[in-house]
Design a protein around this ligand. Structure first.
Ligand code: UDX
Ligand code: ADP
Length: 456
């Protein structure tokens, strides 16, 4: 029986391993993490992350061939294949601060693997890492006269949060990078065979390690660049009276452009996009490629502009003062169907509104616990309220920051009646029916569309 250990029970490691365990009953999968609370939660039905459909997958395999443990060393020692799925946040200090990846968790892992292993292993990079990290990992693993052989593969994960289960079950592709040596190709084949249990072989792409690492950064950079491009156009639409949804539809029907990832918004968030682009920027700069670095950096700059522009629109339309005005924030997660708030544009929006002394009430169906942790410095200025009706009662404005479908189904007449007039609604996701809201009496502002105002 093949034994897999995954180090890191987060948004990537947890769902990915659950899917492998579900699809491959003959493979024993153990997910280990130093975070005891996380591991304890994975053993219950109150999983540490919210992901539609995940609990069903976990339940099917847990206790059969899927296990969770804090015994990292034992997990590594027992395994034939070790996936490394620890966090690699952007560095906040020293060389490359604000750009490069902080690899301390990842290197600790590599050292741990080397120290406790008593048999040969395949090591799989799952975390997004800068190009040529596998090489560094190999150097750590093979330092000194270690008789054990570690074969390092790159297998970046392309799942998106909120749709992780569908993405894992039926991925566009799986990418595996291995060395072009006999042992590299053998290891690569072992991993291909695991995925081939449920994924058609033609969708399993194999490359060398460097191409695989770079493909992950590039995929995220391209996706983020589409969002920044349509957001740039949204500013122009607002200035000219065009409608960004119509523009996106018109360009998206060109089969060369395609319709996906063209939704104008307050900006992209999540743990990957900004981090991966900055990684790419750092890589370009470290190879002396200043123009490509500047090009990719502008994708992040456009995102920051979009977040700031949204707050400016709120401030200007509410007569340039929001001090002491109650503002209900509907949605704090970086996208719908996740409780994840990492790099959520809502963080910047809330901080700036709080800087204007607004009284904020944050509501979200799944992300309130994480939202509380994101802004400890604003604890006295922000109320957290799971019920959107209560959040909106007595408010001067509502800002929709996450596209939760629940928010489409709210009774906006009831909400309007409970608000201070004029009642403002800022739709940062172009989620709602703006004509209907205007009909109720709201002052409506959306992204990349003209405002709908009753004010003279
Ligand atoms: C992303 C990649 O999609 C995934 O392949 C990779 O493995 C990890 O990074 P994720 O961050 O989970 O996944 O979510 P994604 O759906 O890509 O959305 C990222 C951000 O872009 C969200 O804040 C989302 O709201 C925003 N977005 C996305 C838009 O504003 N408009 C769009 O049209 C699409
Ligand atoms: P991602 O979204 O990439 O999955 P997360 O931050 O959700 O990232 O998960 C990474 C996990 O890795 C965390 O639960 C963290 O506790 C774990 N982790 C970090 N370093 C180590 C380590 N040295 N050993 C075991 N687990 C680790």
């Amino acid at each position: 029986m093949t034994k897999i250990c995954c180090i890191g029970a987060g948004y990537v490691g947890g769902p990915t391993m659950a899917m492998i365990a579900k699809q491959c009953p003959d493979v024993r999968v153990t997910v280990v993490d130093i975070n005891e609370r996380r591991i304890a939660a994975w053993k219950t039905d109150d999983l540490p992350i919210y992901e539609p459909g995940l609990l069903e997958v976990v339940r099917e395999a847990r206790g059969r061939n899927l296990f969770f443990s804090t015994d990292v060393d034992q997990g590594i020692r027992d395994a034939d294949i070790v996936f490394v799925s620890v966090n690699t946040p952007t560095k906040t200090f020293g060389e490359g601060a604000g750009c490069a990846s902080d690899l301390q968790y990842w290197e600790l892992c590599a050292r741990r693997i080397k120290e406790v292993s008593t048999s040969d292993k395949i090591i799989v990079e799952k975390s997004t890492l800068p190009v040529r990290t596998a090489e560094a990992m190999e150097r750590v693993l093979h330092a000194g006269d270690n008789p054990i052989h570690f074969e390092v593969l790159s297998n970046p994960e392309f799942l998106a949060e909120g749709t992780a289960i569908a993405d894992l079950e039926n991925p566009d592709r799986v990418l595996i990078g291995g060395h072009e040596t006999a042992s590299g190709q053998k290891a690569l084949q072992t991993l291909v065979d695991i995925y081939a249990t449920w994924i058609p072989r033609e969708r399993i792409l194999t490359t060398n390690v460097w191409s695989s690492e770079l493909s992950k950064l590039t995929a995220n950079a391209f996706l983020a660049q589409r969002v920044s491009s349509i957001n740039a156009i949204s500013a122009l639409c607002e200035a000219t009276g065009a409608n960004v949804t119509d523009v996106a539809h018109a360009i998206g029907t060109d089969s060369r452009i395609g319709p996906k990832f063209l939704k104008a918004s307050i900006g992209f968030g999540g743990s990957c996009f900004k981090k991966d682009i900055l990684n790419l920027v750092y890589l370009c700069e470290s190879y002396g490629l200043q123009e490509p670095a500047n090009y990719w950096r502008s994708v992040v700059a456009m995102n920051e502009y979009q977040e700031a522009r949204f707050v400016k629109t709120m401030l200007r339309s509410m007569f340039n003062t929001i001090a002491n005005k109650r503002i209900a924030i509907l949605g704090f997660a970086f996208k719908a169907d996740t409780g994840d708030t990492r790099e959520s544009p809502a963080i910047k929006v809330c901080r700036e509104l709080a800087g204007e002394h607004a009284k904020l009430v944050v509501s979200d169906p799944k992300a309130l616990d994480n939202a509380r942790l994101e802004m400890p410095e604003l604890a006295d200025q922000i109320e957290f309220e799971p019920d959107p009706y209560k959040a909106a009662a007595g408010a001067h404005a509502i800002a929709v920051l996450t596209e939760w479908k629940e928010y489409k189904q709210l009774d906006y007449q009831r909400i309007y009646d409970s608000m201070v007039k004029p009642a403002f609604l800022f739709d940062g996701r172009n989620l709602l029916d703006h004509d209907a809201l205007y009909g109720i009496g709201f002052e409506v502002y959306a992204i990349g569309r003209g405002r709908k105002s009753h004010l003279k």
